[in-house]
Every structure is written in structure tokens, then in C-alpha cells.
Design a protein around this ligand. Structure first.
Ligand code: ADP
Length: 403
């Protein structure tokens, strides 16, 4: 069974055709700058890449339709059109309504639309992507897989903010968490690598990409996570601030005359590693600059690691006992410096860095980077597309569709 996985952003569409059982990827790619005259699509198949212009003039759903039209044509060229059995969609926010993936129905689309105020940048794009894909593949079942769903198992003490009750009951102000697909995937892979049943394992997973979050996973269930109502809470990220004092908005409005939307934009786009370093949001560049003595780069790196380690140590409270920690995402998978310095700070949890193993681990590989005698530290490349394909297959299989 082949599953087409789609991740629709505000001006981009990532896609992959995979076999959920074997993980084989037959076709993948990215359409970018959708809705502009410069819209392009890149397709990769069998190690070969090609790029095409999608032409301008299209807007909204039309540009997604153009991109999906190209994907369809490529599937036909590869003789794979008839082999696709389902389409899995990444949806960012499922609110409290969705704690698991679901088959897309008009009612489900309505519920995703009702979550738009919670994710005004992401959910509208996800909806446009789903609707365009339903037109392109009308005969196939479509499944929505939510970034927030995995965290719906958090206990109330972890997900409630200490704010007026009505904000929660009337406006849904609570912590939801994101990156759920990635946290769930690496937790499952950790259990496989350690050859221990997932229900017996307590793990702290750190997804460190441009966005970054930590999750406490007890027996395969999320019991706390660092992101909250929005993906702005928690760790220092590429250009997002993570936690700040909630009094900041009022202070800046009065002192600097900034509007709410200006402050929010700056906290999302001009803060984090970029804001602290004054240089870049890119960890690779920061590491290079820190080596040459760039003060801002050193500060950004140091603060990122300090906040990460502090947050991971805090997750030990949610778990009681920590069996292992997992690093994933572009930074977690590739930055030996971030892993080493974070683990040195986590001696408090009994973790002991294996310096040699950390240095020797090839980029893109999974492996153990801790010494025996404490919780294990793992590096595991995430694979959100595969997880979405698997979840889609489970839903579609359970509904009695022919696989
Ligand atoms: P996204 O969240 O956009 O999917 P990624 O998971 O690809 O992002 O992570 C991007 C981050 O990973 C960037 O900060 C990038 O610099 C960092 N990164 C990638 N490769 C390396 C490397 N070799 N060393 C350090 N950081 C790296």
C-alpha cells in the first residue's frame, strides 16, 4: 500500500509517496512560493531531482491545485497513480477535539476550521491543502494527522495555565503542544533501539529544528511538553523567543510604543537564536561564528543549551523516573556541540555523555551517545512523513478500505 503524505504551509507544499510498512519513499518533493509568479516545484525520484515552474497568476487553492496536478502527472509517469491507496495530511492544530488521526469528512473539516483562531497561520493552509487534494484524488480516503493530538494525554495540571477559568472554558486558553508526530515517532524508535516495550519506558524527547520543543513521554504517552497555546512557548528557537515574562507586552507597548501585533511578530521572527546573536537563526552558522569568538553567537548557543537542559530536567518531574533522552530535528540530529553541552548539564539526571560515541556518530544516523550506568541518551533522526503514512494506514485499514 502506498500513501501520499502532504504537508501544506502558507506558501509551500511538501509531499512524499511512501510505503508505510517498509518506509520506502518512491517520490518526494517540495512546491514553494505558491501563490506568487515564482512558484516552483521540485520532485525527487530514485536519487534524481527535477524542478519546474508552476507559473504565476494563481492564488489560494489554485496554486496548490497546480502543484498537486504536477504530483499527479509524475505519479502517472512512474506508473504509481493506481498504487496510491490513501492521502495523509499534516494538520497543525486539532484543539481539544482531536486526540488521534481521523478520516477527513465535511464535519472534520468544519472542526479543523473551528481551530483556525488557535493556529491562524497554519490551519487555513492545511484546509486549502486538504480541499485541493480531495479534488485531485477524489476517490481516495484522506486522513488528518494532528501535531497537537499526541499531547492530548497531558494531565490537567500540565496543560492548564493559571489564568481566569473563563479564558479556558470560553476561549480554549490552555497548553496544547506541537511536534506531536515527531515526539511519538522517536519515542517508538527509541523503544525499538533499546529493545524494550514502549509502555515500560519513560523518555524525554527533544525535537530541535527551527522550531523546538521537549516532551515527557511516559509509557508512550505525552505527559508534558514545552510548547503551549501556540508554538511560541518554551525553548529558545531559531527566531522564536520561547518563554518570556507575560508582562513583556504591556511594558513594551508603554515604553517603545509597539503594537500587540508588532511585538508578536518580533517574538516570532526576530527573537530566539537570531535575536540573541544578532547574526543568524541557523545553528550551523552560529557554531562556526562561536568558534571564531563572535560574542553574540556564543551567547545564543549558551542560552539555547542552558534553557534546553533546564527544560529537560524539569520534564523529569513529569516522569518521576527517566530511562532515556532522545535528540532529534536538524539540530538534535546534527549538532554534536549542542548534544554534548546539553548532556553535560544533565549530569543532574544521572546522564553521562560518551564523548567518543557523540563525536563518531555519522550525521543522519541513529545511535547511543551515553555511557552505561544512567539513563541512556539517543540520537534518532525523525521521520514525520513515515509516521503520518503509518497513522493514515491504520485509520484507512480500520475503516475497511482495501489496502
Ligand atoms: P525545520 O524545523 O525547519 O524542519 P530542521 O529540523 O531542518 O528545521 O532544523 C534546522 C536547524 O538544524 C537549523 O538551525 C540548522 O542550522 C540546524 N542544523 C542542520 N545541520 C546542522 C549541523 N551539521 N550542525 C549544526 N546544526 C545543524
Amino acid at each position: 500500500m502506498w500513501t501520499l503524505v502532504l504537508n501544506s504551509g502558507s506558501s509551500s507544499l511538501k509531499f512524499a509517496l511512501l510505503n508505510p510498512a517498509s518506509g520506502e519513499v518512491r517520490l518526494s518533493g517540495l512546491a514553494e512560493r505558491l501563490g506568487t509568479p515564482e512558484a516552483t516545484i521540485q520532485l525527487e525520484h530514485g536519487g534524481q531531482q527535477k524542478s519546474r515552474s508552476l507559473g504565476g497568476g494563481s492564488s489560494g487553492g489554485e496554486s496548490y491545485e497546480a502543484a498537486l496536478g504536477e504530483v499527479l502527472r509524475e505519479l502517472e509517469t512512474l506508473g504509481m497513480r493506481g498504487a496510491v491507496r490513501a492521502v495523509g495530511h499534516r494538520v497543525v492544530h486539532g484543539g481539544e477535539r482531536f486526540s488521534a488521526p481521523v478520516l477527513v469528512t465535511p464535519e472534520v473539516l468544519g472542526a479543523v476550521r473551528a481551530c483556525v483562531p488557535l493556529a491562524p497561520l497554519h490551519n487555513p493552509a492545511n484546509i486549502v491543502g486538504i480541499e485541493a487534494a480531495q479534488q485531485a484524488f477524489p476517490e481516495l480516503p484522506h486522513v488528518a494527522v494532528f501535531d497537537t493530538a499526541f499531547h492530548q494525554t497531558m494531565p490537567e495540571v500540565a496543560y492548564r495555565y493559571a489564568v481566569p477559568q473563563a479564558w479556558y472554558s470560553q476561549h480554549g486558553v490552555r497548553r496544547y503542544g506541537f511536534h506531536g508526530t515527531s515526539h511519538a515517532y522517536v519515542a517508538g524508535r527509541a523503544a525499538e533501539m533499546l529493545q524494550r516495550p514502549l509502555p515500560t519506558l519513560n523518555l524525554i524527547t527533544a525535537h530541535l529544528g527551527n522550531g523546538a520543543s521537549v516532551c515527557a513521554v511516559a509509557g508512550g504517552r505525552s505527559v508534558d511538553t514545552s510548547m503551549g497555546l501556540t508554538p511560541l512557548e518554551g525553548l529558545i528557537m531559531g527566531s522564536r523567543s520561547g518563554d518570556v515574562d507575560p508582562g513583556l507586552h504591556d511594558y513594551l507597548a508603554r515604553q517603545a510604543g509597539l503594537s500587540l501585533s508588532e511585538i508578536t511578530a518580533a517574538l516570532n521572527k526576530e527573537s530566539g537564536l537570531l535575536g540573541l546573536s544578532g547574526l543568524t537563526n541557523d545553528m550551523r552558522e552560529l557554531e562556526k561564528a562561536a568558534l571564531t569568538g563572535h560574542r553574540g553567537a556564543r551567547l545564543a548557543l549558551g542560552a539555547f543549551i542552558y534553557r534546553l537542559a533546564k527544560c529537560m530536567a524539569g520534564m523529569a518531574v513529569a516522569l518521576g523516573r527517566v530511562d532515556g533522552v532522545v535528540f532529534t530535528g536538524g539540530i538534535g540530529e546534527n549538532s554534536r556541540t549542542v548534544r554534548a553541552q546539553t548532556l553535560r548539564r544533565l549530569g543532574v539526571l544521572g546522564l553521562h555523555l560518551d564523548e567518543e560515541a557523540n563525536k563518531a556518530l555519522p550525521r543522519g544516523d541513529a545511535g547511543v551517545i551515553s555511557l552505561p550506568g544512567g539513563p541512556v541518551a539517543l540520537v534518532i533522526p525523525t521521520h514525520e512523513e513515515l509516521m503520518i503514512a503509518r497513522e493514515t494506514a491504520v485509520i484507512v485499514g480500520g475503516r475497511g478500505y482495501a489496502l
